[in-house]
Design a protein around this ligand. Structure first.
Ligand SMILES: C[S@@+](CC[C@H](N)C(=O)[O-])C[C@H]1O[C@@H](n2cnc3c(N)ncnc32)[C@H](O)[C@@H]1O
Length: 327
């Protein structure tokens, strides 16, 4: 997964070959249209208010692809919350130069607001990611066996090897949590992704190209996306071990419905286009149930009311217990 997605020359992401949206390999919340960014901008504004309207507030995005989400958020904030926009700095963590160039083109009109870095730096504000963690490399560890990749003739194959008790299948995601926890000085982390339901690990790898699911990660290497659904409970456990507080966990349907309920100006009588976007993002059989939203906080009053996105959500522990893949 590391090589297929991130090899400097041949990787699906690092080479810039990845295309998201109708003409690409798959859809994401961002590619559905600007409404997703507009709704998240409303949530970010509330967070800024929650932190006492600081003069310098960072939105840190990781996995920003071509910068579309950043543009949707900045355009919406400029229009709807000028004071928030004034305080805002948008920081994109982007290790790949080809993607940085694309983001710079998309965000040309917001040049003054944006900065890039190739790893996380200390910040006050909110860290946001959509489908970042599912694109992080995993190890296929199940029971006491690990699946490794071998070469048979000129073909890649999986081979079973004895596993190590202390290895984590999602070490990259856990390392990411450690790094976010160290760099977040005050504020929130909001991460949206999909979870891994039961079954054997290697059956759960998703490989997608041109809106088709491929049978194996060894097909179209470097031209196909490879993802693995998250084990949310392990992410939450690691976050708590890092003294991050779980400020909410729910499905995307409930999260966005909460924001919409407090932002009537974002979904006025609405034309056909907005209706379509809303339906795709919210419908339980489309993206509404497929994706979950985790919010973490640090150095924010624990007793503060729920963020608007979690207004209709139940207790995070109950929601997490329901999706624990080990049950
Ligand atoms: C599935 S895409 C999601 C793109 C976008 N967020 C969206 O929703 O349309 C995953 C993105 O995460 C990026 N990524 C993976 N690991 C990263 C890391 N450590 N730092 C920054 N970006 C990373 C990949 O390059 C890719 O652009």
């Amino acid at each position: 997964m590391q090589q297929a997605l991130y090899h400097p020359e041949h990787g699906y992401y690092s080479s810039g070959r990845c295309v998201i949206g109708r003409k690409g390999d798959y859809f994401t919340n961002v590619s559905v249209g600007p409404l997703f960014g507009q709704l998240l901008a409303a949530q970010f504004t509330e967070i800024w208010e929650r932190l006492g309207r600081p003069d310098h507030f960072a939105i840190v995005e990781q996995g920003a692809h071509d910068g579309q989400f950043a543009r949707d958020v900045l355009e919406s904030s400029q229009k709807r919350s000028p004071e928030f926009f004034e305080a805002l700095r948008y920081r994109i963590v982007e290790p790949f130069p080809i993607l940085q160039e694309r983001q710079a083109r998309t965000l040309d009109s917001f040049r003054e607001k944006i900065e890039w870095c190739d790893s996380l730096q200390p910040f006050v504000g909110v860290h946001f990611s959509n489908e970042l963690l599912d694109a992080m490399p995993v190890r296929l560890i199940g029971g006491d066996v690990e699946k490794l990749v071998d070469l048979k003739g000129d073909k890649f194959v999986f081979v079973d090897r004895p596993g190590h008790d202390d290895a984590n299948f999602n070490q990259a995601a856990l390392d990411w949590i450690d790094s976010v926890a160290v760099n977040l000085q005050r504020g929130y982390v909001i991460t949206i992704d999909y979870w891994r339901s039961g079954g054997e690990f290697h059956e759960k790898i998703q490989v997608r190209a041109q809106h088709r699911n491929l049978d194996s990660p060894f097909e179209e290497i470097g031209h196909a996306d490879i993802t693995m659904g998250l084990c949310w409970p392990s992410i939450v456990e690691r976050a708590q071990a890092n003294r991050l507080h779980v400020a909410g966990f729910t499905d995307q349907h409930h999260f966005l419905t909460g924001i919409i309920s407090e932002s009537p100006d974002l979904t006025p009588e609405s034309g056909a286009k907005i209706k379509r976007e809303l339906q795709t993002l919210l419908h339980p059989e489309m993206l509404g149930r497929a994706f979950q939203v985790l919010a973490l906080s640090k150095n924010v009053d624990f007793a503060a009311p729920k963020l608007v996105g979690f207004k209709f959500a139940g207790e995070p522990d109950t929601a997490l217990a329901l999706i624990d893949p080990s049950r």
